[in-house]
Design a protein around this ligand. Structure first.
Ligand code: IPD
Ligand code: CA
Ligand code: CA
Ligand code: CA
Length: 263
């Protein structure tokens, strides 16, 4: 399978979702709290409904997992490949609520547990990052590659922090302090999917974060991998979409980063 059709459909849905987000933000936005520091808006929800409906129109038998509405089973009983779409309708909701133009739509397709299609769309920059298994990752249709930065001392990194203020948060702060000391700089953009897309196109040399969910990393993982980067868990063990940690780099920095992230 080449998944060419699925990629084209995902790209078109992501663009449609992006237009919806910009339109709705200008009209009305209601913010509510899921947990302390964990925001959601009516636009996150309506965008997920729009994406889910569009996927179901094209692929009614496929399962869907979205951040805001959870699992949605496909129509017919499963025979053959298990197909599941992962949707983050707005990755970067805090930025979205504040009017910071760094947020995106993230859509991935997994078949039998392997990610085969990934799309990340930033509506404010009209930038569409996409990849399918076995083909070069692209940005607005042009091939992209990770950077060639060879050492942390020359690297620009990015990370994020869990919304809860527990032990994981303290550990993330410690890693942030350590790498801010030893690298050229550590950014905190507020969207894990954009962080991954920027590693894929070489704007950033590496990204790490703990406490993420499948819809945050599914698409970005594939886009980095197909742009020549390396992706693992923080300790260097294989990346798993349900695993909660991710380290994505240009490859050259990977081993040095695994050491540097140890606490
Ligand atoms: C969040 C963003 C953020 C990351 C958080 C995520 P959301 O996703 O990706 O960068 O630090 O861990 O939960 O809630 O804006 O979709
Ligand atoms: Ca959220
Ligand atoms: Ca997210
Ligand atoms: Ca989200």
């Amino acid at each position: 399978m080449t998944y060419h059709h699925e990629l084209r459909v995902a790209e078109s849905i992501a663009r449609q979702a992006g237009r919806h987000i910009l339109r709705e933000r200008a009209k009305n936005m209601e913010v509510s709290l899921k947990a302390p520091n964990d925001l959601v808006t009516n636009v996150d929800r309506s965008t997920e409904r729009l994406i889910t409906a569009a996927i179901r129109e094209h692929f009614p038998d496929d399962d869907i997992l979205g951040e805001e509405y959870g699992d949605h089973q496909g129509d017919s009983p499963k025979v053959g490949a298990q197909r599941r779409w992962l949707i983050d309708p707005i990755d970067g909701t805090v930025n979205f609520t504040m009017g910071i133009p760094l947020y995106c739509v993230s859509i991935a397709l997994q078949v039998d547990g392997h990610t085969v299609v990934g799309v990340i769309y930033e509506p404010n920059r009209d930038e569409l990052f996409s990849a399918r298994d076995g083909k070069p990752a692209t940005l607005n249709g042009a091939p992209i590659e990770v950077s060639d930065c060879p050492k942390i001392a020359n690297a620009v990194l990015v990370t994020g922090f869990p919304s809860g203020r527990g032990e994981e948060f303290e550990q993330a702060l410690e890693q942030f302090i350590n790498l801010t000391r030893t690298s050229r700089g550590v950014r905190r953009l507020g969207s894990a999917a954009i962080d991954l897309a920027y590693v894929a196109c070489g704007r950033i040399d590496a990204f790490w974060e703990f406490g993420l969910s499948p819809w945050d990393t599914g698409a970005g993982y594939l886009i980095v991998a197909q742009a020549g980067g390396q992706v693992s868990a923080l300790d260097g063990s294989p990346y798993h979409v349900e695993g909660r940690s991710i380290l994505a780099s240009n490859g050259a920095l990977h081993a040095e980063l695994i050491e540097a992230l140890k606490l």
